[in-house]
Design a protein around this ligand. Structure first.
Ligand code: EPS
Length: 390
């Protein structure tokens, strides 16, 4: 399975073309819209989210509620486009109109792609960079992830994301009976956290940052239950599934780091206090007494829940801008101010779910590869029985 995305933040639409999804997977626009709406929420979002109401249009690859096996094209229109049709239009504009129409950006924002992107592609108008490097693009990554999530759900695999930390305020480690409970609690939280008290403080921290013209980041966690053991491989560096998840997490806009299980904490413990002891029962097959390694050994899934975290830096667009240089005059200036969010960590936890779901569904389809989903389902059931009895 693979997908590409296309589209500018204030262009007419965002598009993804997804290839390699097997036939016969049940799929409706509603499955995708649910995740699109979840991504739009969260305390700390800016005015843009009041303009947009993201809805997918399925343009190919699905008929009467099920995938065909042919490429799936998903489109989400930008409602804001009506305000940007001239500024972002594809047609050339007359010389004398350019200053009025372009909304040219020449003062790069530290931490955004503006300066280096401009140097790289030779754009003296940095809008040509920021339009595509904007996190608006994650809309269609969530759409592609929703398709992957549907594949996983049909195989009994559940993916849930939540917020662990915002602006230095850390939620208590979530105690939950089931992933369903975690999902319901975090869905009701404006900052997608299990810990209500910490959630209030997080919201206050977001409001304070906003008041100061500043932004704040945080840590998100994705948990996946129901994964079979033995996906990915130790045999070659580029087959390690945890490495693919790490790439996927760090590919989310503004993400700077990733860890699995106890993560960096492992550096501070003895081996005897890190590695997860092996148990077996007739009913469960092999399992572990703990899950410090977050569901991976040797680049392969162990069958324990996958636990992966990512750290998001504060958004670099600041109403109280940092020092920058105007690329026309080379004079020092404050960086450009673009409308933005003061904190998008809750939304980013939904994006993290999507990119994790995508990598896992892709690994399953690759390993139990078939054009038909019913055959993949049967092969996975056989695999699970073999590993249980091994
Ligand atoms: C973003 C800037 C803001 C955010 C945007 C990401 O958009 P605008 O420039 O239109 O105000 O709202 O995020 C989204 C539009 C979205 O859908 O998540 C940026 O510069 O990265």
């Amino acid at each position: 399975m693979r997908y590409l995305t296309a589209g500018e933040s204030h262009g007419p639409q965002l598009t993804t073309i997804i290839e390699g999804v097997p036939s016969l997977v049940p799929l409706t626009a509603e499955d995708i819209n649910e995740d699109l709406a979840r991504r739009q929420k969260g305390h700390g979002r800016g005015r843009r989210m009041q303009i947009e109401k993201d809805q997918v249009q399925i343009k190919s690859g699905v008929r009467h509620g099920a995938t065909l096996g042919s490429p799936i094209t998903l489109v989400v229109e930008n409602k804001d486009w009506t305000h940007w049709t001239e500024i972002m239009g594809a047609e050339p504009i007359a010389e004398e109109k350019q200053d009025d129409v372009r909304r040219k950006v020449t003062r790069p924002r530290p931490g955004h792609a503006d300066l280096v992107g401009g140097m790289k592609y030779g754009h003296r108008d940095l809008r040509n960079i920021l339009e595509r490097s904007s996190a608006r693009e994650t809309t269609v990554r969530v759409a592609a992830g929703a398709v992957a999530r549907k594949v996983l759900a049909e195989l009994g695999i559940t993916v849930a994301g939540h917020v662990l930390e915002i602006g230095g305020i850390r939620a208590e480690s979530p105690a939950y009976e089931s992933l369903q409970e975690l999902k319901e609690t975090t869905e009701a939280s404006p900052v997608r956290t299990m810990d209500e008290e910490a959630g209030k403080k997080m919201m206050q921290a977001i409001d304070d940052a906003k008041k100061n013209g500043d932004s704040i980041g945080g840590v998100v966690e994705v948990i996946v239950e129901g994964m079979p053991a033995g996906l990915g491989s130790f045999a070659q560096y580029d087959q390690k599934l945890d490495a693919k998840l790490a790439q996927a997490i760090v590919s989310i806009n503004a993400f700077k780091g990733v860890e699995f299980g106890i993560g960096f904490e492992a550096a501070r413990r003895f081996g005897s206090d890190v590695h997860d002891e092996i148990l077996w029962t007739e009913e469960r097959g092999y399992y572990r007494s703990t899950n410090n390694l977050g569901g991976f050994e040797g680049g392969m899934t162990t069958g324990m829940p996958i636990v992966v975290r990512g750290v998001m830096k504060p958004i670099p667009t600041l109403y109280k801008p940092l020092a920058s240089v105007d690329i026309e005059s080379k004079e020092p200036f404050s960086a450009s101010v673009e409308r933005s969010d003061s904190c998008a960590v809750p939304a980013a936890s939904v994006v993290a779910e999507a990119v994790v779901a995508w990598e896992l569904a892709k690994a399953i389809v690759a390993q139990f590869g078939h054009d038909r989903f019913d055959v993949i389902k049967a092969q996975l059931a056989e695999h699970n029985e073999r590993t249980r009895q091994f």
